[in-house]
Ligand binder design. Structure first.
Ligand code: ATP
Length: 261
């Protein structure tokens, strides 16, 4: 039997299996891409290669050491990749099905629904105003990961996004100004939300809890975050746990629209 016979004998389920493994690898790559985890992943491959090489060369002591290391590898992997595993499970378990359903609906009826564009503009205009008046703000955009588990720490809201609404929420004397707001599909879903804070020592000291919370939420979920500094008035944009550099707010607006699309 040659290779062509093998291919012909593949069942539909085998093709599905291959596609699913490819998808899994793609998501794993997306998770570790650009993070320190990719170096750890390479380190593990190197140690595995060294183990097999020392085994092949019958170097008993060295292969014993590498082998012992690889045997506890699965536990070490869980510990080392804990944030990535967590993010992956979150990605799988809290996918925002309502958004997906809407997408399918659009495909079905070829209906072009209004996009989020105008809302991003309203939010950016509000940020500009708050930046000038040095009003602190923290805005989280929900994407595919459902953020209800975070919203619960704050006050539930259900109000359409407009520039005055965003400004009045973060107005210094407003009872709602503390913490973050979560925006999803043109709606402010929650205010006064407490976000997970990133404790990484490499983040410059000048960034306090607001900015660390923006990093925390965007690294643990696929959300996007905007922060306006109360101290400097500076607007910062966060994605995948990192600051995103932008020239001006016009470029920022384009970036957010693209990331939300
Ligand atoms: N975990 C958190 N989740 C949501 N909001 C938070 C969190 N921690 C702090 N904040 C908000 O950030 C505000 C300012 O915190 P802090 O001064 O430490 O941040 P900062 O990064 O230095 O920002 P700024 O430049 O505006 O001072 C708090 O009053 C609170 O509203």
């Amino acid at each position: 039997m040659n290779i062509f016979d093998d291919i012909l004998n593949l069942r539909f389920i085998d093709y599905l299996d291959v596609v699913l493994v490819a998808l899994l690898l793609y998501y794993l790559y997306k998770l570790v891409k650009g993070t320190v985890a990719i170096n750890i992943f390479l380190g593990i491959i190197i140690i595995y290669g060294a183990w097999k090489l020392t085994e092949f060369l019958n170097m008993e002591l060295l292969s014993g050491i590498f082998g012992g290391f690889m045997r506890v590898g699965i536990i070490a992997l869980i510990v080392v990749f804990q944030p990535e595993i967590r993010k992956f499970l979150l990605m799988v378990g809290s996918t925002n099905f309502s958004r997906r359903r809407k997408f399918l609906k659009q495909l079905k009826f070829l209906k072009t629904e209004a996009t989020n564009e105008s809302d991003v503009d309203a939010i950016i205009s509000a940020c500009n105003k708050m930046s000038m008046s040095k009003t602190g703000a923290l805005i989280v955009f929900e994407r595919n990961n459902n953020l209800d588990f975070l919203s619960e720490s704050g006050d539930e809201m259900n109000i359409k996004v407009t520039q005055p609404i965003i400004e009045s929420i973060f107005f210094k004397n407003s009872p709602l100004h503390d913490g973050a707001i979560i925006v999803s599909n043109n709606i402010v879903k929650a205010t006064r939300v407490i976000l997970p804070v990133n404790n990484d020592k490499n983040i410059p000291q000048r960034f306090g809890l607001r900015h660390r919370a923006a990093i925390g939420v965007t690294e643990k979920t696929d959300a996007l975050a905007l922060a306006v500094s109360e101290e400097t008035g500076h607007i910062s944009y966060f994605k995948d746990g990192e600051f995103v550099v932008f020239e001006d707010t016009t470029e920022l607006s384009k970036m957010i629209k693209k990331d939300l699309a």
